[in-house]
Design a protein around this ligand. Structure first.
Ligand SMILES: N[C@@H](CCC(=O)N[C@@H](CS)C(=O)NCC(=O)O)C(=O)O
Length: 228
């Protein structure tokens, strides 16, 4: 299906993993799109009109029709541009499993970093411990449900929904560590998670989509007041 960039517009914010996952999915599918950066401290009429309920990015406009919520958008992309690479597996049970773990990642892991950013000293150590336990449960669950190969990216392999969601968020872990000045994801307990994420970073479109490291470190320091 041929697409004009003007038919597909992504309203986003460069620091947002949820926006990067949509950008990456569009690139993987080969869909041209126009990107419109949003100022979340002064929300545009365009954003408020197209996501009046949550007033958040990302929002995808397809021929003027708005779709909000990144996971909803990713499934919309996969169904609308129904060609390969498919983001979700064909088998309904496998699809259910992927959705389960994607939701686990969003609800448990992606949110676990905020208390780490916002705490200090012993409290921060406890939050880091908690986050690492949650990541451990994730990896063991994925191994049980999909086997080890499914969550190991190797050159030439197509990225699926889990790779996209995990990669666009977790590939930034070194920026988080630099801003916090601490190894927030333990290399000894979560080495499999880290090696998966490091391998995802090697995908050319992932590399192209991730925000610049130094700019992201500076934005974390600024947002969470991490200078002292
Ligand atoms: N569940 C939403 C979360 C989106 C989200 O939290 N967007 C943030 C940027 S990362 C936002 O727009 N924040 C603005 C606000 O909360 O007012 C999704 O997956 O799309």
């Amino acid at each position: 299906m041929e697409q004009k960039a003007s038919q597909v517009v992504l309203l986003g914010k460069w620091t947002s993993g949820q926006c990067s996952r949509v950008a990456l999915a569009l690139k993987l599918k080969g869909i041209p799109y126009k990107y419109v950066e949003q100022d979340l401290t002064n929300k545009s009429e365009l954003l408020l009109k197209n996501n009046p309920v949550h007033q958040k990015v990302p929002v995808l406009l397809h021929s003027g029709k708005p779709i909000a919520e990144s996971l909803v958008i990713l499934e919309y992309i996969d169904e609308t541009w129904n060609h390969t690479p498919k983001l979700l597996p064909h088998d309904p049970y496998q699809r259910a499993k992927v959705r389960f773990w994607v939701n686990y990642f969003d609800q448990k892991i992606a949110t676990a970093i905020y208390p780490v950013f916002r705490s200090k000293g012993e409290e921060r150590e406890k939050e880091i411990e908690k986050m690492n336990e949650i990541i451990g449960v994730f990896i063991e669950g994925l191994k049980k449900d999909f086997g080890k190969e499914e969550f190991t990216y190797s050159k030439g392999k197509c990225l699926g929904l889990l790779d996209i969601v995990v990669g666009t968020q977790a590939c930034n872990y070194k920026a988080v560590q630099e801003a916090l000045k601490v190894e927030a994801i333990h290399p000894h307990t979560n080495s499999e998670f880290l090696s998966w994420v490091d391998s995802l970073k090697e995908h050319p479109l992932m590399k192209e989509t991730l925000p610049p490291h130094d700019k992201l470190v500076a934005s974390f320091i600024d947002k969470f007041g991490l200078l002292n």
